[in-house]
Design a protein around this ligand. Structure first.
Ligand SMILES: Nc1nc2c(c(=O)[nH]1)N[C@@H](CN(C=O)c1ccc(C(=O)N[C@@H](CCC(=O)O)C(=O)O)cc1)CN2
Ligand SMILES: NCC(=O)N[C@@H]1O[C@H](COP(=O)([O-])[O-])[C@@H](O)[C@H]1O
Length: 238
């Protein structure tokens, strides 16, 4: 038994084909670094592959590459959380109010390195995704980010790695897995070489997942596992 994901109070259910009158989903992307995943999603939205529009970017590092790309494309940049290093940041309540005013449907974490507070997780049930550069549950959790992940994968002797797209809960990397890709770990890989191979797959699998999310093609199995319904065959799930 598959239970179509209940929209969070808005929009239409079912995987209506994109077209005139189909409301574009309103997306906010959270970044802390270069923002290549953000750029892949933004480009896919501009090109029409993703039935969404990026209405704001949130970052803890206002000078990062992702924030620069947002500014260069007229996307508002919000600093969160409020830090000594970023006093212009907003509080959790201010962020929640801003997301509500922007009528945000989905939140996409893309290299964001701070813990999303439980208030935000509870306000956006089954509506926050994250991309992690390993095959969760392996090599995830506090301390596992960026090159640290790939160093740990190589040190473990793992022969395969790859990105995981998952729903976000109140802990680091413990939310339900939605999609994964697999890449080989070569015997002489440096962390940087493995990171490059994984990142290439990240850009693809995240855009595929966000495309499905914005077309309401995420269905939840009875045991709580989210599945992506095929765009072409409604009886096929991955
Ligand atoms: N509530 C959640 N928040 C976040 C999640 C999540 O799954 N649930 N995912 C992370 C992204 N992430 C892995 O995908 C991740 C990011 C950062 C860390 C980490 O250990 N961070 C350090 C601080 C690093 C810094 O500030 O430079 C720490 O907390 O000590 C682990 C995993 C985004 N948020
Ligand atoms: N645990 C979180 C984590 O390590 N996320 C990773 O940070 C990078 C951000 O790159 P980008 O800024 O170019 O998208 C990506 O590889 C993403 O998987």
């Amino acid at each position: 038994m598959l239970t179509p994901m209940r929209r969070w109070g808005r929009g239409r259910r079912g995987g209506e084909a994109r077209g005139v009158g189909v409301e574009r989903k309103r997306l906010v992307v959270f970044v802390s670094g270069g923002g290549s995943n953000f750029r892949a999603i933004h480009d896919a939205a501009l090109g029409g592959d993703v039935n969404g529009v990026v209405v704001a970017l949130v970052t803890d590092k206002p000078g990062c590459g992702g924030a620069e790309h947002a500014r260069g494309n007229g996307i508002p940049v919000v600093v969160f959380p409020k830090l000594k290093s970023a006093p212009e940041g907003v509080s959790t309540d201010e962020l929640l109010n801003g997301l509500r005013e922007l009528r945000v449907d989905f939140i996409l974490l893309a290299g964001y390195l701070k813990l999303i507070p439980v208030e935000l997780v509870q306000a956006y049930p089954k509506s926050i995704l994250n991309i992690h550069p390993s095959l969760l549950p392996a090599f995830g959790g506090k301390g596992y980010y960026g090159l640290k992940v790939h160093k740990a994968v190589i040190a473990s002797g793992a022969r395969y790695s790859g990105p995981t797209v998952h729903f976000v809960d109140e802990h680091y990397d413990t939310g339900r897995t939605l999609a994964q890709r697999v890449v080989p770990v070569q015997a002489n890989d440096t962390p940087e070489q493995l990171a490059t191979r994984v990142l290439h797959e990240e850009h693809q699998v995240y855009v595929e997942a966000v495309t499905a999310l914005c077309e309401d093609r995420i269905v939840w199995r009875e045991d709580g596992i989210p599945l992506i319904r095929s765009q072409t065959n409604p009886d096929e799930y991955t």
